[in-house]
Design a binder for this molecule. Structure first.
Ligand SMILES: [Fe+2]
Length: 394
């Protein structure tokens, strides 16, 4: 197989303006692991910079010097909107201040600033707001894609937005919306828009959504190639889309943690399988093949997987396919804390995991990925990477 390019990791740029050194440092340290942070203690310098640059987002505090927060805010909204690449609108802005009656925040509301935050707030709250706004912008670009890819992306993103609420409030899954998203994913696969769809996910930083949709898309191809069709194919795609739902409740800092996870964090991550099963259990009508495949997606044919350490034939066909697509996509996913492996690197590493995967299915999967590489060859990500989540991120 020809060597394929890996995805270059690119972080969205966030401009942070705060003349209080301690607060500026706190905001910077909350965002630094995930974003390219341009921090300004001097509001005039920030304004000059904003006149020539278009970050993905601005975080502006009322405590600014030499221009007051209010002056900076008004000047920012007067900057003419120029088209810079994908962007045709001003950067979204989060305004932070200390009291509801603050003239800065009142004016920010009048000007329709995108989000207002009262101090003190937690770093995780800021991260959540930043993530949501940057992602929203990213998703707007999907409306201009070819219809099938656009439908698959937008329906899946809407679905994941609603899943967060449903998981948090112990509600049953919206099986109708899930089925629609699965159908759209299959249509995009059938129309050869896999490359468009996968490239368009680059830059979205809801890691669960991106991973799940990538897995579902690969399963649409995988299923078709193995002769799965009709409702069974929908079930296979659905298993891909829902297999990690239990991770929705895991804090984004743990999901995106740069560096090694602690024992407790690892336990939390591993618990996603049980949580996903619970969510499926309370959703009457979830196909049994979907439930079974999801329950087995961390099993390995040589018995080294979990939770049951199943061996060989005990793992269903869908479970085997989901395991291959899941591991491949996890390795090639872009994550804030590490670069993505290239297709060839991921496949070569999986090749060394002898006995873990069904050999015939793995061989077929490699061929599908090679075909996908020939179609997509994403040496240039369609949209810059790393940050943008539907509200709220997991
Ligand atoms: Fe998983």
């Amino acid at each position: 197989m020809a060597s394929s390019p890996g995805y270059a990791y690119h972080r969205s740029q966030i401009c942070v303006i705060d003349s209080n050194d301690r607060d500026l440092g706190a905001v910077r340290s909350a965002l630094d692991p995930y974003y390219d942070v341009q921090a300004f203690a001097n509001s005039q310098d920030a304004l000059d910079w904003l006149r020539g640059n278009r970050p993905a987002l601005v975080v502006m505090d009322e405590a600014c010097r030499p221009l007051s927060g209010l002056s900076l805010l008004e000047a920012f909204f007067r900057i003419p909107i120029v088209r810079q690449g994908e962007w045709k609108s001003r950067a979204p802005v989060i305004c932070t201040g200390s009291g509801k009656g603050s003239p800065f925040l009142l004016r920010a509301r009048e000007l329709k600033a995108d989000f207002l935050m009262l101090k003190p707030y937690k770093g995780s709250q800021l991260l959540q707001a930043v993530s949501a706004l940057v992602n929203r912008k990213h998703e707007e670009g999907w409306e201009r894609l070819p219809e099938a890819a656009s439908d698959a992306l937008l329906l899946s993103a809407d679905l994941f937005d609603s899943l967060s609420d449903m998981v948090e409030n112990n509600l049953p899954l919206p099986l109708g919306s899930i089925a629609l998203a699965c159908k759209a994913i299959d249509t995009a696969a059938a129309k050869g828009q896999t490359g468009i769809l996968l490239n368009s996910l680059i830059g979205h930083n809801n890691v669960i959504f991106v991973h799940s949709l990538r897995v579902a898309m690969h399963l649409a191809l995988f299923g078709r190639a193995t002769g799965v069709s009709g409702m069974s194919l929908m079930s296979l795609i659905m298993a891909g889309l829902l297999h990690d739902m239990g991770k929705i409740g895991i804090p984004v800092q743990t999901l995106n943690k740069p560096g090694e996870l602690s024992f407790e964090e690892r336990k939390l991550m591993r618990g996603h399988l049980e949580d996903t099963t619970k969510i499926l259990d309370r959703s009457a009508g979830a196909p049994q093949s979907v439930v079974a495949a999801i329950a087995q997606h961390h099993e390995r044919l040589d018995g080294t997987g979990y939770p049951q350490g199943l061996i060989g034939e005990a793992v269903s066909a869908f479970g085997r396919q989901l395991a291959i697509a899941d591991v491949y996509c996890a390795m090639t996913d872009l994550r804030p804390y590490r670069p993505a492996k290239s297709r060839d690197e991921a496949l070569a590493e999986m090749q060394t995991m002898k006995g873990a995967f069904d050999p015939a299915l793995f061989k077929l999967f490699k061929r599908l990925v090679a075909e996908e590489a020939a179609l997509a060859a994403p040496s240039e990500p369609a949209i810059a990477m790393a940050d943008e989540v539907p509200p709220p991120p997991p």
